[in-house]
Design a protein around this ligand. Sequence first.
Ligand SMILES: [Zn+2]
Length: 152
Amino acid sequence: MIRGMKAPSFMDLALQAAENAGQSGEVPIGCVVVRNQEVIATGANRTLTDHDPTAHAEIVALREAAKKIGSERLVDCDLYVTLEPCTMCAGAISFARVRRLYYGAADPKGGAVESGVRFFASPTCHHVPDVYSGVGESEAARLLKEFFRERR
Ligand SMILES: [Zn+2]
């Protein structure tokens, strides 16, 4: 159990999960869910490993967190993810009633918070988390840049 960590430290754990995912050939995106200053779930991109198009870091972590809490509503939970969530994940974050969303790098190509459909600003979004962007941004962007450079 990790207690008493400040916001940047939780993002460091998400970045570590991202780095591990990158080392196993997945796109390096990582996520943690925090409740009462405690990490209750960690997720990383697993789409290749699981042959699952929905296995984004956020979905993996939300599922684990919900199972741990025993509820589909993650009340009082905060989610830290290294990249701006996509449309699917923004939807899942809303359904899960996540309290605060912290994310690292913006994703103009696939994001749905400040980019694309801006899901939380749409009238069909019924729960909007508090959003903090740019947390650990440079490290998150560096991981992704290096990953795609190596694959070119
Ligand atoms: Zn996603």
